[in-house]
Design a protein around this ligand. Structure first.
Ligand code: NAD
Length: 396
């Protein structure tokens, strides 16, 4: 018994030391990257695995079209980064192989295809999620996900904390005995402060008068309690922004309540709750295949589809029917982030026209609809339509 407890204590001590070091690093953070003075801005395109390379290819072609002038005059460089596949990661037993990480760190922003994370019972050994590792390595603390459903009055912007919470030590839990397993959840003052502040800042800058904080602070008292207490403190600095707080369980219900839906605007949550409600919101928007997301840090930023590598689609030979809208939306978010706001808006409009309004071709995920390639071609045609904006306005 004593030996078991000592082993668990050693494990816990190591975790506490690592986290205290992380807090020290957080306290000495650098400033935000200024893309306007960078030349070239290096956009890394990381294919991922499963349906990743198939959908990411279409986003690259769209970048090549929209950023052709910037690529020609050296303001932008597109750089494809190979090797972030489950096969390669398993070969070296690393969430992100060293050489791939090195290449990633040479870029300023990344467009990343989905990557498989092995789970119990899979054919793959247990390695950490490439996303969790990338968020930590590049300190991408904010996962920002827009969700818009105009006919339901929904215009949500989610700020999910990306570097701590229930996931940061997700692979570092312990099976203390055969019968007892313990996982760890971490919230730091600095980590909670920067994400909550980002959400309040966003609300203020965009004249949005509402921030909703999501926790389970009534039960998970130390970590969620800290998150909520920090929100309360920060809210005082933004008297012009109203705020409220909800528990994750009732929040998941209220997001599908027509009487409530349109009242939520900016939502901020720790990692796991943010993961849950953003997938729910993506479903309300039209399925995970349609949602893009931004992972923002001060130095790096990574943009990706909300969904995973869809192994079932691959196994069933349906990859060519995967919807590329999610990664194309992520590409729009990326362009917006690095300052090409007009081009990003144009892409959003083309996506809106093709997927929501005009629907000349439709994806169903199967051979009952068109392929992702046909859909991407449709978006490209739409982008080259000189009347794109007028057309889009006519649908509003
Ligand atoms: P998933 O999102 O990969 O797929 C679930 C289902 O959603 C699919 O079977 C498919 O029906 C549908 N779907 C997803 N993307 C689609 C698209 N573009 N077009 C049409 N339909 C689409 O979820 P999962 O099966 O839980 O996860 C598969 C793997 O992906 C796991 O290893 C998981 O860990 C990983 N994952 C990665 C990321 C990421 O890299 N950001 C995110 C989530 C999951």
């Amino acid at each position: 018994m004593n030996e078991i407890i000592e082993k668990a204590k050693d494990h816990f001590e190591k975790i506490v030391r690592e986290q205290l070091d992380r807090v020290d690093k957080l306290k000495s953070e650098e400033d935000w990257t200024d893309y306007s003075i960078l030349k070239p801005i290096i956009i890394g395109i990381v294919n991922g695995d499963g349906i990743g390379p198939i959908i990411t290819k279409h986003a690259k072609i769209i970048f090549e079209l929209l950023l052709q002038d910037e690529i020609r005059n050296g303001k932008v460089e597109l750089r494809v980064i190979e090797g972030l596949t489950i096969e390669n990661r398993v070969k070296v037993m690393k969430a992100i192989p060293e050489d791939v990480l090195e290449e990633i760190k040479k870029c300023h922003v990344l467009l990343k295809g989905p990557t498989t994370t092995p789970r119990k019972g899979d054919k793959w050994p247990n390695i950490e999620s490439a996303n969790v590792s990338m968020r930590r390595e590049l300190d991408l603390f904010a996962n920002v996900r827009p969700v818009k459903v105009s006919n339901l009055g929904i215009d949500w912007m989610f700020f999910r904390e990306n570097t701590e919470g229930a996931y940061v030590l997700g692979s570092k839990g312990i099976n203390i005995t055969e019968d007892l397993s313990v996982d760890f959840k971490v919230i730091t003052t600095q980590g909670a402060d920067r994400i909550i502040r980002l959400a309040f800042d966003y609300a203020k800058k965009n004249n949005i008068n509402k921030v909703t904080v999501v926790t389970k602070a009534n039960v998970v008292k130390a970590t969620d309690g800290k998150f909520l207490a920090i929100a309360e403190k920060i809210a005082k600095e933004y008297p012009e922004v109203k705020w409220d707080d909800w528990y994750i369980d009732i929040m998941t219900a209220k997001l599908i309540d027509p009487a409530r839906q349109s009242q939520f605007k900016v939502l901020v949550a720790p990692n796991l709750y943010g993961d849950i409600i953003t997938d729910e919101a993506a479903q309300i928007q039209g399925g995970v295949g349609t949602a893009g997301s931004a992972n923002i840090g001060k130095r790096y930023a990574m943009f990706e589809a909300v969904h995973g590598s869809a192994p079932r689609m691959v196994e069933e030979g349906r990859s060519q029917y995967a919807d590329p809208s999610s990664i194309i939306k992520a590409a729009a978010l990326l362009m917006n982030h690095i300052g090409f706001i007009e081009k990003a808006n144009k892409l959003e409009m083309a996506l809106d026209i093709c997927a929501t309004y005009e629907k000349k071709v439709v994806l169903t995920g199967r051979d009952t609809g068109v392929t992702g390639e046909d859909f991407a071609k449709y978006i490209m045609e739409s982008l080259q339509d000189p009347n794109l904006e007028e057309k889009w306005k006519s649908y509003q």
